[in-house]
Design a protein around this ligand. Sequence first.
Ligand code: SF4
Ligand code: SF4
Length: 313
Amino acid sequence: MSDEKFDIPEELSSATLPTLLTAESKIRFRCYKGISCFNDCCRKADITLAPYDVLRLQRRLGMNSEEFLKAHTVPFQMERDGVPGIKLRTDDDGACLLLDGDNGCSVYEDRPSVCRYYPLGLLTMRNKDEYEAKQQYSLIQESHCKGHDEDREITVADYREEQGVEEYDELNREWYELILKKRSGGPGVGKPNEMSLQLFFMASFNFDMFRKFVLSDNFKKTYDLPQQTYDELAQSEEALIKFGYRLMRQVLFGEMTIPEQKDAWDRRVAERKEVWEARTRAEIEARNAQTEEQMREETLGKGGCDTGGCSDN
Ligand code: SF4
Ligand code: SF4
């Protein structure tokens, strides 16, 4: 292992650091239908989903984003500032709902990245002196998995190709980098507000809602983008995913890559002012009503209602 210093993903930072593998490293492993442990890994599944996993699965299952999220995922908090993530839903015993009994994975051609990589773990890491993150790998060795006893050596690069992960990494890489940046940014990055976290969830997993959001009049009034970009976002979920990463970088880290309309700031100030004024008016009215009510009660009290001689009017 090199002596480079990395920002270690949170889930590993407190555990023993695994041996890091590179694309050239060799592993001994083979998995095939008929192996004695076939599907054991899917019977205890803990599968975190990235945006392109969600897209592939919802297409495969013929569902829209809402339907897929509701039927096949459970939410969880990815890190301490509440950045939201999702995992594949399992049954009460922990078996993946997409497992088709002894036939194996029912969505094999569209299985998520974590399932493809297994028994490798994908680690997105960044040298403390470098801006660019890089991918490394770790070997997960679980006693139930007999693939490690098989007589086949394969490089990590060849295993990645065999499992078809490149397409997934291509579309998920920036998302892993966003999370890494959030985790390793320190206090300077700050805790995202509720609206930023909602945007993160929508852009990462709920593509139908995100599409409506970026094609809305309000969005177009705020951001100065060519019609061609909007046409692409209307037609392609892949374009939507990539655009979501740009928007999240802008909202979470202030990296301005999406130009704003010239009057967007003035309009936001005016809108805020309107909201502020409306809220102030509402507060004053509520306070006035409360004061009136108090005065009325005091007046009625002084009038001695128990004499039976007073009324509300
Ligand atoms: S998606 Fe398929 S490969 Fe992944 S855990 Fe579920 S059944 Fe197994
Ligand atoms: S060899 Fe490992 S990955 Fe393959 S089916 Fe068995 S437990 Fe799952």
